[in-house]
Write a protein that binds this ligand. Structure first.
Ligand SMILES: Nc1nc2c(c(=O)[nH]1)N[C@H]1C(S)=C(S)[C@@H](COP(=O)(O)O)O[C@H]1N2
Ligand SMILES: [Mo]
Length: 324
């Protein structure tokens, strides 16, 4: 493979992209230009931008990140060390330290994402064609795991809505489903059937389109470390952490509520919505409070993890004890 023997800066996107993908991308670019959302994306493929490509190896600085601050929390950020060494990523083992220890085995470039289902532009996309480098934003979000610990993480990514608009789902698309890579060689944790691989997650379409929902490619201004879900992962800050599926290889637009991995494991413990809710306990422990990693005292958990102003309207009239 050509790119192995060249510095990444010497390789043009078209040389590391399979021909079929390349053709798909061309169609995608034309169409996105037509709908008016693709100007930056067209410019981006003029060349030279590969150095800022989100598909690069972990820990590469990302350029030209926008920071509006609009959705940022000003709480103290969890240390880079903690964010990248205390993880859940069962594909690499169920221990919190396993992902940092084993995730280097994952090769994150080139990276292809299959888009299918009820959508105008299905196809196999190179990661760089889904993420417009010029659209990258930093968002400092509170994150709350179902295990009752929390962190504050400066993510880098694009709003999922931006990607969805360019892919153009049809009116039949009511939900979006995501899937993680399956590869026992790269992901040794998959030798055990702790989960019915692939790891899968989903959102209702309005949740996916909510401005808070991010497709992340980085954190702390750099490309994602593998243990955090490189090269592409979901970030949904008002839901429990398990909704934030990592290392995504497939995005499907579907008409019915998709089954998710955690529901499959224990449906009475993990629901489809998984909204952070201090009033609805997990059957085996309270969700009323949490431990912020790096702190000792417990703090109260906030409804929707503190993002109610942005998201509560989507659940108006729903019984959140039933739809947990
Ligand atoms: N593919 C995949 N995605 C996953 C998981 C996983 O095991 N596999 N764990 C989830 C859980 S339970 C949490 S809390 C978050 C943790 O993300 P972080 O390690 O970046 O903090 O990732 C989520 N995404
Ligand atoms: Mo979690």
């Amino acid at each position: 493979m050509l790119f192995k023997f060249l510095k990444s800066s010497d390789v043009k996107t078209c040389e590391i992209t399979p021909e079929k993908t390349y053709m798909n991308r061309r169609i995608f670019m034309q169409d996105s230009a037509r709908i008016g959302a693709g100007a930056a994306s067209l410019a981006a493929f003029g060349g030279g931008l590969i150095g800022a490509s989100p598909a690069m190896a972990a820990g590469r600085k990302l350029e030209n990140i926008t920071r509006s601050g609009r959705y940022d929390t000003d709480e103290r950020q969890t240390s880079y060390k903690a964010v990248t060494s205390y993880n859940n990523f069962y594909e690499f083992g169920t221990g919190k330290e396993d992902p940092a220890r084993y995730a280097h085995r994952l090769n994150v470039r080139p990276w292809t994402v299959k888009v299918d289902g009820h959508v105008d532009h299905p196809g196999d996309y190179d990661l760089d064609d889904l993420i417009r480098p010029h659209a990258l934003e930093e968002r400092i979000y509170r994150m709350r795991c179902v295990e009752a610990w929390s962190m504050v993480i400066p993510w880098v990514g694009i709003p999922l809505s931006d990607m969805i608009k360019r892919l153009s789902p049809t009116s039949k698309a009511k939900y979006i489903r995501f899937e993680t890579l399956v590869d026992k060689k790269q992901m040794p944790g998959q030798k055990r059937r702790v989960i019915d691989w692939p790891y899968a997650e989903g959102l209702r379409m309005d949740e996916a389109m909510n401005p808070l929902t991010l497709m992340a490619v980085g954190l702390y201004g750099e490309t994602l470390p593998n243990q955090n879900g490189a090269p592409l992962r979901l970030v949904v800050p008002w839901k429990y952490g398990f909704k934030g599926i990592k290392s995504i290889v497939r995005i499907s637009f579907v008409s019915r509520k998709p089954n998710t991995s955690w529901q499959g494991l224990a449906a009475h413990e993990y629901g489809f919505y998984a909204n952070v809710n201090p009033a609805v306990d997990h059957p085996r422990w309270t969700q009323a409070n949490e431990r912020r990693i790096g702190e000792f005292r417990r703090r109260d958990t906030l409804m929707f993890n503190g993002y109610g102003d942005e998201v509560a309207h989507m659940y108006a009239g729903m019984n959140l004890k039933k739809y947990y």
